[in-house]
Design a binder for this molecule. Structure first.
Ligand code: FES
Length: 704
């Protein structure tokens, strides 16, 4: 079984087991678990084989957006990532095209379609993540009747996957608090407002020209919601990447990985390789290490990681090699990932032949950016339904920015409905801009010159919106420009006659784990360094000799661990004390955990024996097939679709359309010449019977 049995941040709740079968084999799921997680926990990664070429299929998004995880449950095809395990269900792989469930002709006439319910509501919010909940709270405070719909089993969106403390402002967006805990706070608050109703497991399907929104309620009932205002806070979808072997089971998105690990406490991999050095990839790597998973490496095609440097640095310090100016060439294996091959790229991002290296791994995580889920917003505007968007659905940024934009949009929606919300402070809009700003330039880290007393050393050397260190210092010794929290903090030795007492509050709260405390009071030659640590406390034991590192992961020396402090007040951030020579004590920023040999390359280059790179994973259409058409003069994606079936698959073309556009770009075709295919009216696949009022209760009818 591949379950996480201990975690430094997440509690491991006792849950009852739910029996089910996979290919007739009895297995146990845990209560409240999706089928995909239960199968992964049982070591099943291949969920079937594709009808076209027999390629193995497994999870990809684990978010209901694609259909790679399709399985047959009691004879009916369902997405394993969205279906909770029910006792006794018989689950089978999808081998080729699933058969339609049998309809018993004698009883068909007895089926009575139910009328479709229409629900009128002043505000409909699509998405119960950080933006949607924040907006719901503002609307609830004003007594405005609001319906929040979310396709997941609980509220919080991606916050429920985030074990790390958040950046931003303590006052505005709970900075310094872990994402999972922010989700709980927002959910608790929104649930205090009786005017705010929540429909979980309920997906928006479409916005229609009569200004209604079709909703699949709890996966079985169709309803039409007629709002006066629509707020889309549906978040983002992950971008895909074209490379050989990109559809092998074991290649999946960072969101899928975080869902398995942090929501469902499943350990899906032992050796992980990450593609993409933005915040999503960097954080996923950190989450993997917290779950006891080896991270073999991370490739980023740019010369620098685009995510926050503090995220990059803490990964490097823990022992993860980061290969910038590199790209992934292939994921290798027959039915699942066995290794990955990477290569350096030149200034034009072209692979440099002869420099390839392969690494042993069982999972390749794709974290190459996000696209807004904004289809509902665009349709609402097209049809004249008053519409707003918040969070990633409006603009891709950090979750802290989504919380704040949700607050603002909530007020704007209230105003649009005629409520007097007063003037929304220009300061709020400025704060929103600051929270969503990209990381600034990196400055040279200045080490303090003092060698007496006790003081913090701030290893944060890139401008990002963040203020918890300054907010928690009891003596106000960490200064930060309150008008622009992106500017770097600085420590002043004394204020109002008070100096640093060594309380360690700044060390514990820094979301980037980028503050240490150096204490010369007992021994000026061998000061004590307090280092924040968020892996399992037992990873380090007093008396153990460890390698300490500078900010960016450069080894400084070997020192003995003195104490490992896990105070309740520090909210699961452990403080590790080491004594180190004064020559480098102030430069210590972290402790290496992962031994270098874990991440060593294979001694051979693995050449993947494969067909061309798959661009449309639903229909298994390759780059070669599409390029041939483009080179033959095709500019209309509808024509590509007609010839190859690319973009006709069950994900609704959400996965492959950006990749097809990329092929056009690579072939030198300007965007202006490309004719896009029309967007499918429905956001996701729906059993036809649902529209006639037939649901799960009538399995075999509703799902045809
Ligand atoms: S990848 Fe789903 S339609 Fe192409």
């Amino acid at each position: 079984m591949c379950r996480i049995e201990q975690h430094p941040i997440l509690p491991i709740p006792a849950r009852i087991t739910i029996p089910f079968t996979w290919q007739g084999r009895p297995l146990d799921a845990l209560e409240g678990e999706t089928l995909s997680s239960a199968l992964f926990a049982a070591g099943v990664r291949v969920f079937g084989h594709h009808a076209k070429d027999g390629a193995a299929q497994g999870i990809f998004c684990a978010n209901g957006q694609c259909a790679q995880c399709l399985v047959i449950v009691n004879g009916v095809p369902v997405k394993a990532c969205m279906e909770l395990v029910r006792p006794g269900v018989c689950v089978e792989p999808v081998e080729g095209l699933p058969e339609l469930p049998r309809l018993d002709a004698s009883s068909a006439g007895a089926v009575k379609p139910r009328p479709v319910e229409t629900v009128r509501v002043p505000v409909l919010i699509i998405g119960g993540g950080p933006a949607g909940l924040s907006a719901g709270i503002e609307l609830g405070k004003r007594g405005i009747e609001t319906l929040i719909i979310d396709d997941k089993h609980r509220l919080g969106g991606k916050l429920v996957l985030q074990t790390h403390r958040f950046f931003g402002s303590i006052d505005a967006v709970y900075a310094g608090t872990r994402g999972i805990d922010i989700a709980t706070r927002l959910e608790s608050e929104v649930r205090t407002f009786p005017q705010v109703r929540v429909w979980l497991q309920s997906a928006a399907l479409a916005v229609y020209s009569d200004k209604t929104v079709g909703v699949l309620v709890e996966g079985r009932r169709y309803a039409l919601v007629k709002p006066d205002v629509l707020l889309t806070a549906a978040g983002a979808r992950e971008k895909n990447l074209a490379f050989l072997g990109n559809t092998l089971p074991g290649v999946y998105g960072a969101g899928a990985f975080q869902t398995l690990v942090n929501r469902d406490l499943v350990k899906p991999t032992g050796r992980l390789f990450i593609v993409g050095g933005g915040n999503v990839g960097l954080i996923a790597g950190y989450h993997a290490l917290q779950a006891g998973i080896s991270v073999i490496g991370l490739v980023e095609v740019l010369p620098e990681c685009s995510g926050y440097k503090v995220h990059r640095d803490k990964l490097a310090r823990l022992g993860v090699p980061i290969y910038t100016s590199h790209t992934v060439l292939s994921a290798n294996g027959t039915d699942a990932v066995e290794s990955v091959t990477i290569t350096p790229v030149d200034v034009n991002f072209k692979p440099i032949p002869g420099t390839e290296r392969s690494f042993d791994c069982d999972t390749v995580l794709i974290a190459v950016g996000l696209d807004p889920v904004n289809e509902f917003h665009e349709k609402a505007r097209e049809f004249g339904l008053p519409a707003f968007a918040a969070g990633d659905a409006e603009e891709i940024a950090e979750a802290s920015a989504a919380i704040f934009s949700g607050k603002i949009r909530g007020l704007e929606v209230a105003r649009a409905l005629g409520h007097d919300v007063g003037e929304i402070s220009p300061e709020w809009y400025r704060t929103a801009d600051i929270l969503k700003s990209r990381p600034g330039a990196t400055v040279h880290e200045m080490t303090p010159s003092a060698e007496t007393g006790v003081f913090p050393v701030i290893h944060c050397n890139q401008e990002i919106p963040c203020d918890p260190c300054a907010a928690v210092c009891p003596n106000d010794l960490i200064e930060l420009d309150e008008t622009d929290i992106r500017l770097l903090p600085s420590f002043v030795a004394e204020k109002d006659g008070k100096g640093c007492t060594g309380c360690e509050k700044c060390v514990a709260i820094c979301p980037g784990l980028a503050i240490t405390l150096v204490d010369y009071r007992k021994d000026a030659d061998f000061p004590t360094v307090a280092i924040p640590f968020e892996l399992l406390k037992d990873t380090l034991k007093p008396g153990e000799v460890v390698t300490v590192e500078d900010t960016e992961g450069g080894a400084l020396g070997r020192v003995e661990v003195g104490a490992v402090k896990a105070l309740k007040a520090n909210d699961r951030t452990v403080i590790v004390k080491v004594r180190a020579p004064k020559e480098y004590a102030k430069r210590i920023a972290g402790i290496r955990i992962q031994p270098p040999e874990v991440a060593e390359p294979l001694d051979r280059y693995v050449e993947r024996m494969s067909k061309d790179t798959v661009i449309c994973r639903c229909e298994r259409v390759t780059a070669g097939e599409i390029r041939k058409l483009i080179r033959g003069g095709v500019r209309d994606i509808n024509e590509i679709k007609a010839v190859t079936r690319a973009s006709m698959g069950s994900c609704g073309a959400k996965t492959c359309t950006p990749l097809i556009h990329r092929l056009f770009r690579e072939e030198g075709v300007p965007e202006s010449e490309i004719v896009d295919q029309p967007k499918r009216p429905l956001f996701m696949e729906v059993p036809l019977g649902v529209f006639a009022g037939l649901g799960h209760e009538e399995e075999g009818h509703g799902r045809e």
